[in-house]
Design a protein around this ligand. Structure first.
Ligand code: URA
Length: 234
């Protein structure tokens, strides 16, 4: 990789600011002041900017506690986006959202610049489990739970949903359930409950495959995934 590319990918400096930093002798490669922005780096080369090591940042993986009112999009003229919340990360606009949530849905959102990893999470073929805490207008009946668990035909779809797992939490007089599904159709959870004659009044994603929302993250906060969390998506 070129020296200027490594620095602009891995720090807050743009490519032109990187060139200025090199000219100002703020960059060293293997301890020697760099003079050329186009210098080709090998794996063993170590780079510093103002004495601080610069390591390649890609690929990157984050979990965000998505708050209500923010859109799962990279740009939106009218509303704050999930990416806005990661503005402190270098090149944050290169991150992609792995599995969107509706604007009013809260909870676990994963972001990465690793396209293959994203594909493994989101492609229907991989059948990644997602668990939602769902608050309902009406108590869930045993019949409705059984229909969700065996598969239900949604309006406008040709095939029934894959079998879901329904766990009534014991709170809110059967108005709160944990629902695990392995698909990600548009508004799927809301449409599944609508098909049983109920209404979702609160939706929060707690888990995607082996990755659980960190309870230490307040709404709007994020952290990098651990290597074990990244590796759990295979
Ligand atoms: N299903 C929905 O209906 N909405 C979401 O945000 C996620 C799953």
């Amino acid at each position: 990789m070129r020296l200027d590319r490594l620095i602009s990918n891995s720090t807050a400096l743009s490519r032109s600011e990187t060139r200025l930093a090199i000219r100002a002798q703020r960059v060293r490669v293997n301890g020697i002041t760099a003079t050329s922005a186009s210098m080709a780096l090998g794996d063993a080369d170590s780079v510093t900017l103002d004495g601080q090591p610069v390591a390649p940042v890609r690929p990157r993986y984050f979990m965000l506690h998505k708050p209500a009112g923010c859109v799962s999009a990279t740009v939106d003229a009218a509303h704050p986006t999930a990416l806005d919340l990661l503005r402190g990360e270098p090149r944050h606009t290169e991150l992609q959202i792995a599995g969107r949530l509706d604007m009013d849905t809260t909870g676990l959102l994963l972001l990465t610049d690793d396209g293959e990893w994203n594909h493994r999470l989101t492609s229907p073929a991989h059948r990644c489990d997602k668990t939602y805490r769902v608050r309902l207008r009406d108590p869930i009946t045993a019949g409705a739970a059984a229909r969700l668990e065996s598969g239900i035909l949604l309006r406008g779809e040709k095939r029934e949903t894959r079998p879901a797992v329904v766990e009534v939490t014991g709170r809110e007089c059967r108005r709160e359930v944990l629902l695990t599904i392995s698909e990600g159709k548009y508004h799927q959870v809301k449409r599944m409950f609508a098909a049983t004659g109920n209404l979702v009044v609160g939706l929060h994603r707690e888990q995607i495959s082996g990755i659980t929302l960190d309870p230490a993250l307040a709404p709007g906060e994020y952290r990098p995934l651990t290597p074990a969390e990244v590796g759990s998506i295979s």
